[in-house]
Design a protein around this ligand. Structure first.
Ligand code: SF4
Ligand code: SF4
Length: 344
């Protein structure tokens, strides 16, 4: 059943969750997603540069800890400590969809990664529908993607005037909103209008089912060099991306304790493919950027039912210091492929 609640009611509910240490969301004071202690620090998802990926795949996550003097005898697994009934409020539908894609990787071949899955299973995800998509958004390019998409979402909340319409998508979502009053027909009609209006405002798109075309231009070195001629190798594009999940596992010592930590890594980093003998198959930046695009639009799609590992959130476009736009790269890649075929 679709529910509704006015802004004050939602604010009071979130305050109570925050008071119990059960609220996660966009923290505008520190510009990052995480636990919210006071709802006054909560911002809007569009104000935060980063995606909520850092909640499910923390930048630095303890996996094991041990005593430095006898590590083998004292090694202990450190599993995520997420309170029962935790709620993540305010993620964008594209972010939820990206995280759902990342989840597939962390559950492949019946091997479930407990560190990711414990967090995923314990946090109810309430996405807020995007009533005002930005110029850089292109979520509607992808099958199942739109400003009110529900993949990876437990409840979809859409703001209309001074209240929220709450659409439960999963059983966990139903449970969390069951005490709010039901929405009436007029609310549901307004909801449909807002969805139609906002979806129509997403006005940029990319070709998506291009896994095979990209493979065909893999060796077109000029294309890749030209596309990323101005790239500075800063890695912003992978850091802000909700779908990038590369990590490294490192041993770190703090006093008498040693930790085995999982830390974010990036295919844009020069050391990403550096091997111990000094060889590096992706020494040049164009090769690393080629890997980024190939992974998102070709390798991932070929492995996972032709679903791309990009959801059109536009963050990499907004945060590239060189104004490199993945939409242009992908469109040019397809055009390059057509030209090549015509001239052969
Ligand atoms: S954000 Fe831009 S400049 Fe930085 S690595 Fe990515 S494409 Fe290159
Ligand atoms: S638009 Fe850029 S940041 Fe967003 S999902 Fe696609 S590749 Fe990642």
């Amino acid at each position: 059943m679709i529910k509704k609640a006015d802004e004050n009611t939602i604010s009071n509910w979130l305050s109570a969750l925050a008071g119990d240490g059960k609220l996660f969301g966009p923290n505008a004071e520190i510009g990052e997603w995480g636990i919210i202690k006071n709802v006054s620090s909560m911002g809007n998802a569009f104000e935060i540069t980063f995606s909520p990926k850092s909640i499910f795949l923390p930048r630095r996550q303890k996996l094991f800890e041990m005593d430095a003097d006898k590590p083998a005898e004292t090694i202990r697994e450190v599993l995520p400590d997420i309170p029962e009934g935790a709620v993540l409020w305010g993620l964008r539908p594209c972010d939820a969809r990206a995280l759902e894609l990342v989840r597939r990787v962390f559950n492949e071949n019946e091997i479930a990664d407990p560190y990711f899955n414990i967090i995923w299973d314990r946090i109810v995800r309430i996405a807020v529908g995007c009533s005002e998509p930005q110029d850089t958004c292109f979520c509607t390019s992808f099958v199942g993607g739109n400003p009110f998409g529900t993949q990876g979402v437990d409840v979809l909340a859409t703001k209309i005037e001074n209240f929220f319409i709450l659409e439960p998508i999963t059983k966990a979502g139903e449970d969390v909103v069951k005490n709010f009053p039901d929405a009436d027909e007029e609310d549901i009609e307004k909801l449909a209008q807002i969805k139609k209006y906002a979806t129509g405002k997403v006005n940029s798109s990319v070709p998506t089912d291009i896994a095979d075309e990209l493979l065909e231009i893999f060796y077109d070195v000029d294309f890749w060099k030209e596309s990323f001629a101005n790239c500075q190798g800063c890695g912003n594009c992978t850091e802000v991306c909700p779908g990038c999940y590369c990590f490294d596992i490192v041993d770190e010592r703090n006093g008498e304790k040693i930790f085995k930590n999982r830390v974010w890594d990036s295919c844009i980093s020069e050391n990403f493919t550096l091997s111990i003998d000094g060889e590096n198959p992706r020494r040049e930046l164009y090769r690393r950027q080629r890997q980024r695009i190939m992974h998102k639009f070709s390798y991932f799609a070929l492995r996972y039912d032709r679903t791309q590992l990009c959801v059109g959130c536009g963050r990499c476009v907004q945060n590239c210091p060189s104004q490199i736009d993945i939409r242009k790269v992908v469109k040019n890649a397809v055009e390059e492929n057509i030209v090549e075929k015509q001239t052969n």
